[in-house]
Write a protein that binds this ligand. Structure first.
Ligand code: CTP
Length: 430
């Protein structure tokens, strides 16, 4: 039997200790304890993964409470599923009771019943994610590989356990492509056929918006996400989600270049940049505008994000036409681009090849976007200007002057107002 004790010892000490304690508590309680899933896969692949999933053949919640007494994290208990999680400073440990699952109907959430580690591993998605390492002291580090996961890792292959895997859980269609792209593994032939059959049966449409969104976000957060998007397109996944969702080769290229654009713009702004939103804008760039609202909930849940996406995609052509003009002055440029978030601007920049447009967006973010005036209404009041709509007009004119480089600091601004207000007064008087 292969043993990974020495490899585990090389993990950061706090992780090693958690695994050691878990085994020892299992010894005391007389139950078998395993670390399973992605952690084992990545340990074998020598990839960093500090998400510990523990499976115990016994009362998982009681075990979790005992473990938490030792490692002193924050415990959450989910009675109905027989699971618990322990939050440590930067890590989360998930604990489940070994179980098999049966499905009431395809794509439903599983109903849980107690069972052994074999069943627990068999119910999992792919062989590479279905290995366990025993943690009880006497067998600490022993690998349990009932389904050939290790050989599949060596052959760089992803394989499901049985023909109904994708109908049991259609999110696996998205997961298999994510792992294939991330690990650069191929999908085993039979598995590919099962997946294609599930696609023909439109199983993707059975996934709730909530779950599909979570999977899409996982994909967008992968380093090799543009590669994964390209594999998804090859298998027709996007058209399965919505027949109008077509990802062009050109879009993949743009997604590939996106990180460079984000890096460039992050030099010019202190704003937080939500990369996922920009990626979603690219994915939806050719989607019919009048049908956008039907698909957005599969990508984002936040209402503000939905509005930003609709606004950005709808206005794209209009913005490009306006800022294509070489002779645009700084204030006009400011006024055109002001309504857009940093994410929308990076999308517009990355989406377009016209160098005048690109230069204008870059110039705006670098030099104009964060320009603010120093004076406020209070200053206007102390200049004895009677409050009213004229305040907005004056402040706007000060901003314009600042953008055009006619004023620089607070004193300049005050002087400008004095001058501006006098001129206006004269105009009104005459
Ligand atoms: N799993 C599954 N079917 C799913 C989701 C998860 O069988 N639809 C199992 C797999 O064994 C997986 C484990 O639950 O390894 C943990 O799931 P998750 O944390 O989502 O995946 P990881 O494999 O840890 O992937 P990642 O590295 O992306 O976190």
């Amino acid at each position: 039997m292969l043993n990974y004790k020495e490899t585990i010892k090389q993990l950061p000490n706090k992780l090693y200790k958690v695994l050691k304690h878990a085994g020892e508590i299992g010894d005391v309680l007389g139950i078998k304890v395993y670390v399973v899933g992605g952690f084992v896969r990545d340990l074998i692949l020598k990839e960093k993964n500090f998400d510990i999933d523990l499976v115990v053949e016994g009362d998982g919640i009681f075990f979790a409470q005992k473990l938490n007494e030792k490692i002193k994290g924050y415990i959450n208990v989910y009675d109905e599923f027989g699971t618990a999680s322990i939050e440590l400073k930067n890590d989360i440990i998930d604990i489940v009771t070994a179980r098999s699952e049966y499905y009431q109907y395809p794509a439903a959430l599983p109903t849980v019943k107690m069972n052994s580690i074999w069943h627990d591993l068999y119910r999992r998605d792919f062989t590479i994610n279905s290995m366990a390492i025993k943690l009880n002291s006497l067998e600490f580090g022993n690998l349990l590989d009932y389904f050939g996961g290790l050989t599949d890792i060596k052959n760089r292959v992803i394989r499901v356990h049985h023909s109904s895997s994708f109908t049991d859980d259609p999110t696996r269609i998205l997961r298999i492509i994510r792992f294939a792209g991330r690990l650069n593994f191929t999908i085993e032939e039979k598995t590919k056929q099962y997946m294609q059959k599930a696609l023909e049966q439109n199983m993707i449409l059975k996934i709730s918006d909530d779950r599909i969104r979570k999977e899409i976000i996982h994909i967008l957060e992968e380093k090799s996400f543009s590669n994964i998007i390209s594999i998804m397109e090859c298998y027709g996944i996007f058209q399965n989600i919505d027949p109008n969702l077509i990802i062009k080769k050109d879009t993949i290229k743009k997604l590939h270049n996106l990180e460079t654009s984000i890096c460039e713009f992050s030099k010019y702004t202190r704003n937080y940049i939500d990369k996922n939103i920009i990626k979603i804008m690219h994915i939806l760039e050719s989607f019919p505008l009048d049908k956008l609202s039907n698909i957005l909930t599969k990508f984002v849940s936040d209402k503000k994000c939905i509005l930003t996406l609709i606004f950005t995609l709808t206005k794209k052509k209009d913005v490009y036409i306006k800022i294509k003009n070489k002779k645009l002055d700084k204030y006009d440029l400011y006024k055109i681009l002001e309504p857009y978030s940093i994410e929308s601007l990076i999308f517009y920049y990355n989406d377009c090849e016209n160098y005048i447009i690109k230069d204008h967006i870059r110039f705006y973010v670098k030099n104009l976007k964060d320009i603010k005036i120093d004076i406020t209404g209070k200053d206007l009041k102390s200049l004895n200007i009677k409050p009213g709509p004229i305040y907005a007009e004056i402040l706007n004119n000060v901003l314009k002057a600042k953008i055009l480089g006619e004023v620089d600091d607070y004193i300049d601004e005050i002087n400008y107002v004095k001058k501006f207000y006098n001129i206006r007064k004269n105009n009104i008087d005459t």
